[in-house]
Design a protein around this ligand. Structure first.
Ligand code: NAP
Ligand code: MG
Length: 505
């Protein structure tokens, strides 16, 4: 392979971007931005250039205590006692306020984690859609639920009460929406919350907090602290927290689960994945090519549910390798602020190193890089960015690390399965041969056959000929991909505590 260079697009000088927040020293408690107690700082870096452009307080246990205290007082106030339809009205107002801030959200998000603007431009609309969807569930909460004793002689009134003060902890890959999918159901349920963003991406969420405040949500209902994993740990274990909702890596999820187990504290965990796209022998590869990046390499490969293992039938193996290679190679890599960019940088320097280690391990194990396979060298101010060339590995075998472990970067693996006589059992076995169980896709033209294969996949969500998550349907992982679900009525139930009041007729 020859040394690849890419033209860096001319983009507006970053310093001139209209970003609402850069260097800040406050956190959001009791309905106001207030100075953090800790004196430590966390830097915010632009992963496309390597430049530090912002910073936030590295909060302390005292900050956590103040935030949880604020949420606790608000939980003793009017918020949980409002009718669900009244809280839904707040959610609708938040949705409007979020949409007004679409540009700030997109640019801040892109500068924090390098998500191409073609991706982050949709963040506000998606967040607003999530608030509106959960607002639509107010009826479900308001419906009276009375159940007769099966043997007669009495009935039970089933109450759905808010679970209490919730700790919401998020990763850096989709810093806005992975909080909003927790915040919206928590608020509708009548809970109060303390949010902790990931350290690389603490600024875009401030814009969401501003939207919440502008919508008139009562003081203390939503609180926001910034800080390291240590602060997250203090939040998870705080005695006044009633529930933890976490999205992030499996190792941190295990630690949180252990802490919550000891405390008998309800917890929802959305963790890592290593999902497969099964290409059935009758798949339409041209159609697959059109959705491949979205379903297998969305957000430069930094999406939890994407199908980064492509399982290709032996009868069409070369064709699949050619299609995947040419599709990925055609995606433009470069400045995430350029609207034409498909692949940006890795979100952090440490993620860049992790991804490069996986690329090297794939090469060392004998996988064949059909495109990419090394760090990208870009020009035009992007020389210091954390770019890895979008990489496709063919001839991957199930035992290779790149086939088993979550890479979380722009790397796809293609594995071959034996489809002799049209039998796809081996593909299903390969897809299910993983510790994870989050996403998956089946590509095939026969809808019944594709559905039958989807039914056999041991995973929380599967798409047929595309992948997208639906706000109204549960999303969650099996096995090492997590516990519990988000989205849908199931996602709302995670913020409720049930009470049965038994009475005689
Ligand atoms: P991470 O390292 O697990 O961190 C996630 C969050 O937890 C961050 O806010 C982090 O803070 C915090 N944290 C770290 N240690 C903690 C502790 N001991 N107690 C409490 N909180 C702690 O994950 P990440 O690197 O940000 O994100 C990438 C991972 O997220 C990938 O594995 C990906 O698959 C997963 N993910 C899953 C889903 C899903 O829905 N299943 C969606 C997106 C991403 P700091 O940033 O300050 O360390
Ligand atoms: Mg991390």
């Amino acid at each position: 392979m020859s040394a690849a260079t890419h033209d860096a697009p001319a983009v507006a000088a970053r310093a001139a971007l209209p970003l609402p927040y850069t260097h800040v020293d406050d956190i959001f408690i009791d309905g106001a931005w207030t100075p953090a107690r800790g004196t430590g700082r966390i830097s915010v870096t632009d992963p496309a250039t390597g430049d530090v452009w912002g910073s936030v307080p590295d909060g302390t246990a005292d900050d956590v205590d103040a935030a949880v205290g604020s949420a606790r007082r608000a939980f003793a106030g009017e918020w949980p006692r409002l009718a669900p339809s009244e809280r839904a009205a707040y959610l609708l107002r938040i949705a409007d306020e979020v949409e007004k801030r679409a540009k700030e959200l997109s640019l801040t998000n892109t500068r924090e984690n390098g998500s191409p603007v073609s991706e982050s431009a949709g963040a506000a609309a998606n967040a607003a859609g999530i608030f509106r969807y959960f607002a639509s569930l107010a009826d479900y909460l308001e419906r009276e639920d009375v159940r007769a004793f099966p043997k007669g002689g009495g009935e039970s009134v089933v109450r759905r009460e808010p679970i209490g003060v919730c700790a919401l902890i998020a990763p850096w890959n989709f810093p806005i929406n992975l909080v909003v999918i927790k915040l919206a159901p928590a608020l509708l349920a009548g809970c109060t919350v303390v949010i902790k963003p990931a350290s690389p991406t603490p600024l875009s969420l401030r814009v969401i907090i501003d939207a919440v405040a502008a919508a008139g949500v009562p003081a203390g209902v939503v609180n926001f602290v910034t800080g390291s994993g240590r602060l997250g740990d203090a939040l998870v274990k705080h005695p006044d927290v009633d529930k933890v909702a976490f999205t992030g890596s499996t190792p941190v999820g295990r630690k949180i689960a252990a802490a919550c187990g000891e405390l008998l504290r309800p917890v929802t965990l959305e963790l890592g994945g290593k999902s497969s796209a099964i290409v059935l022998p009758d798949a339409d590869l041209e159609a697959m090519s059109k959705v491949l990046i979205r379903s297998s390499m969305r957000n430069t490969g930094q999406t939890c549910y994407i199908s980064t293992r492509i399982l290709a039938p032996a009868s069409r193996y070369d064709e699949v390798v050619d299609m995947v290679t040419s599709t990925i190679a055609a995606g433009k890599q470069g400045d995430p602020l350029d609207p034409d960019t498909v692949f940006g940088p890795c979100a952090t320097e440490s993620q860049y190193r992790t991804v490069m280690e996986y690329v090297e391990s794939g090469l060392a194990a004998g996988a064949r890089a059909t495109t990419g396979g090394r760090a990208a060298s870009l020009t035009g101010g992007l020389e210091g960015g954390y770019f890895v060339e979008p990489t496709v590995f063919a001839d991957v075998t199930p035992d290779m690390r790149i086939s088993r472990e979550e890479i979380f970067g722009p790397v796809l693996c293609i594995l071959k399965y034996d489809d002799d006589g049209g039998n796809v059992d081996q593909a299903v076995a390969l897809a299910n041969n993983t510790e994870f169980g989050l996403g998956g896709v089946v590509f095939g033209q026969d809808r019944q056959a594709a559905l039958a294969v989807a039914d056999r996949m041991d995973t929380g969500s599967v798409g047929i000929n595309f992948f997208a998550s639906n706000h109204a349907a549960p999303f969650g992982g099996r096995h090492d991909s997590g516990l519990g679900t988000e989205y849908g009525i199931e996602g709302l139930n995670a913020y409720l505590s049930y009470k049965s009041i038994h009475r005689q007729p």
